[in-house]
Ligand binder design. Structure first.
Ligand code: NDP
Length: 681
């Protein structure tokens, strides 16, 4: 029976190609699920639609509004996970595997929905770092800004994470202001399609922000240029082919790749059999081997073991696999590891296994790779048994070059720390490595030695094991990607992943112009002191509204009182001789916190008003010491106003500038307050 061809969502509608397309089968049963083709889809039109319809609609929203949409979207998808889990079985994944892909993708979207509001301004321009003063008189300064690209983001995903792979790219990209075209891997496109169908139906994202092309993307790079981004996950061979396209080499297309990776895990010499770390190492190895049947870009391919512990590790791994790993149709009871995604992928794994086996012996599994799957037929399904190889020569090229993308790992012996580090680096760049040890000196040497070759390093021991998310889990807060063979790309990493899709520009201008451009008051720009700014609600408050208060003399009694009252009797505030001997102080000086407190007492607006709370200070520096008899004056200026979309108040950042009677700056900091949008009192 011929099944339906998957539709694609392009230029505002679902389109079903007329051509037959490529058949996709259930990984366990071999039953045909659907066909996939992009025949008839005009990619130039798709990209143009993204640029002219999607992009402007996304960029009309501030970062906070985009983030709120992501939050809403994550909630919407969360209500539908059961449907995705059901579909996921056909891709060969167990319930546990599907959680990593589906729930992991949704939680990544939630994280960006939250970080976008907490760590980005409610604006469309992102300021990178403080203003750099560039002229002596203060009339010329520089500021780095990030703005949205005006092109399209094309994401090309691997088969192993049809949901997470899409959402982990979509969330930061959407936040950055770019529309996305998703190209799922053919063998799991039906699951991606189901999620995209719900996203489109929800109407949460602006039209044109997300399009889906199932099937191949012939010559797609011909239609991309300087403002476009391609994020690829898959094989190094495809990455290399795409990266060599003239529009990447010379046409300015931004291209990032996450490709093959022979990740390592090192067992420390301290972690002998019987220690918690030994068990953690063995458990981690078997988990990474069996989750998603080892089809994880982060799976451990090379387990580096002290030579003296090889036998112990080999038997513990064998025992754990035999007692824990049950291969079969993931829908059958008791199955803990499903098939790989397709018969073609199984054959690919078996080919790799053959080249590895020439130089190694089998600890678990054998050269026939035969398997008796629970609830399935070994012939129709794409089953590969868990396989562990043992290399006596740790420098064998195959161990470091051949990635068997299935439930396969290799044990390699090492003699000392230096050799372990060099072996890890022999992977020529990987996504992740882990060090399992409770010896701080060994851990430091391995982490610092392997970090230049890896995007992420996990240190696992008895102290963090309980809360550890494990070797294989990329987290939205942390960067995901790796140098060299791993593709050289970097994704996620919180807001870093958003900024990676934007353009950073150094703007040089006068303080007034920088204030106008950035929406953040810049030192040297005009102030307006007509009314106390604490009397104004967000509706009335403007950047540059300010109050200057003082002078107030700080007396010796003030200093002595503050010391006694707070208990801060540090000698510089209480002992004249000792204070005078300090190279930084002329004698007794006022506490910095006293200066800040007096400044607050000077600029306060005591009546009930729109200011709700002071929730902190940032960048506080005490610059010139204040001696008894000195006077201080403070100027507080509204620096940045961030209304909250979902609350009746917003955040106001104030520039606080405290000076003494000579005009010297004694303290500088930002005061952070919450202010009502409209006046209630
Ligand atoms: P591929 O590189 O063949 O495919 C990855 C993605 O690229 C798929 O969506 C594929 O589409 C697409 N693609 C392939 N050729 C082109 C092209 N010329 N233009 C545009 N898109 C293209 O990798 P596989 O998924 O087949 O996996 C093969 C191997 O890659 C694995 O065995 C493993 O070694 C490695 N891999 C590594 C991963 C990692 O993250 N490190 C993840 C997954 C795989 P389509 O499916 O339609 O062909």
């Amino acid at each position: 029976m011929t099944t339906d061809v998957l539709p694609s969502y392009v230029t505002g509608r679902w389109v079903t190609p007329a051509a037959d397309g490529k058949a996709v089968a259930d990984a366990s049963t071999g039953r045909e699920l659907c066909r996939v083709s992009s025949d008839g889809i005009d990619l130039a039109e798709v990209f143009d639609y993204a640029r002219t319809v999607g992009g402007p609609a996304v960029r009309a929203l501030t970062f906070h509004r985009r983030a709120l949409k992501l939050k809403e979207l994550a909630g919407y998808l969360n209500d539908r996970v059961a449907k995705y889990h059901d579909l996921s079985y056909a891709t060969g994944t167990t319930k546990r595997d599907a959680v990593v892909d589906i729930d992991g993708g949704i939680s990544t979207t939630f994280v960006y929905g939250s970080k976008g509001r907490r760590e980005m301004p409610n604006d469309t321009v992102y300021l990178d770092g403080p203003t750099e003063p560039l002229g002596r008189a203060g009339t010329f300064a520089g500021q780095h800004i990030y703005t949205s690209l005006t092109g399209v983001a094309v994401q090309i995903n691997a088969f192993n994470f049809p949901v997470w792979g899409m959402l982990e790219k979509l969330a930061p990209t959407f936040l950055s202001g770019l529309p996305t075209v998703v190209k799922p891997a053919t063998s799991t496109a039906h699951l991606t399609r189901a999620v995209v169908a719900d996203i489109i139906e929800s109407g949460i994202l602006p039209e044109g922000a997300l399009q889906l092309v199932c099937g191949s993307l012939p010559d797609f790079l011909d239609h991309l240029g300087e403002q476009d981004v391609v994020a690829f996950t898959g094989s190094a061979a495809t990455a290399t082919a795409l990266r060599s396209h003239r529009n990447v080499v010379a046409g300015g297309v931004r291209f990032t790749a996450e490709a093959d990776s022979l990740n390592f895990s090192i067992l420390g010499p301290d972690a002998v059999a019987g220690t918690e770390e030994f068990d953690l190492f063995v458990r981690g190895l078997v988990t990474e081997l069996s989750v998603k049947a080892g089809q994880k870009c982060t799976a451990i391919r090379r387990a580096l073991v002290p030579a003296a512990l090889m036998d112990d590790v080999a038997s513990a791994v064998r025992e754990r696999i035999e007692s824990k790993v049950v291969v079969g149709d993931p829908r059958a009871d008791g199955v803990t590891m499903g098939p790989v995604v397709s018969i073609a992928q199984r054959d690919e794994v078996l080919r790799s296994l053959k080249s590895l086996a020439v130089h190694a012996t089998f600890v678990v599994g054998d050269a026939t790779a035969s398997v008796d799957p629970v609830g399935a037929d070994a012939e129709s399904g794409a089953f590969v048994p868990p396989t562990v190889l043992r290399f006596d020569d740790p420098w064998s090229d195959a161990a470091h070059d051949v990635e068997a993308f299935g439930p396969v790992t290799s044990l390699l012996p090492y003699d000392d720390t230096d050799q372990a580090v060099r072996l890890a680096a022999r992977g020529k760049g990987s996504l992740v490595g882990s060090v399992v040890s409770h010896d701080p000196a060994f851990v430091r040497a391995v982490v610092l030695g392997t970090a230049p070759w890896h995007g992420r390093v996990l240190v696992l021991d008895r102290d963090d094991a309980k809360e550890s998310t494990g070797h294989g889990s990329p987290l939205p807060h942390l960067v995901h990607g790796g140098p060299g063979r791993a593709g050289g790309g970097e994704e996620l990493g919180g807001i870093r992943g958003v900024l990676a899709h934007m353009q950073r520009t150094a703007v040089q201008a006068s303080p007034a112009m920088l204030t106008a451009i950035t929406g953040r008051w810049t030192t040297g720009a005009e102030r307006n002191e007509a009314e106390h700014p604490f009397s104004k609600s967000l509706a009335e408050l403007r950047i540059g509204d300010a109050v200057t208060a003082g002078p107030r003399v700080i007396t010796a009694d003030d200093v002595a009182h503050f010391a006694e009252f707070t208990g801060d009797t540090f000698y510089a505030h209480t002992n004249p001789e000792a204070a005078a001997a300090n190279p930084f102080f002329p004698g007794i000086v006022a506490h910095g916190y006293l200066v800040v407190s007096i400044a607050a007492g000077l600029f306060v607006w005591p009546e009930p008003g729109p200011v709700l709370a002071n929730y902190g200070l940032e960048n506080l520096r005490f610059i010139t010491p204040v001696s008894p008899g000195d006077s201080v004056t403070v100027t507080l200026t509204a620096k940045q106003i961030t209304p909250r979309e979902t609350d009746d108040y917003g955040e106001v950042r104030w520039d606080a500038d405290v000076r003494n009677q000579d005009g010297d700056q004694v303290a500088a900091y930002d005061v952070l307050t919450l202010v009502e949008k409209t006046k209630h009192r």
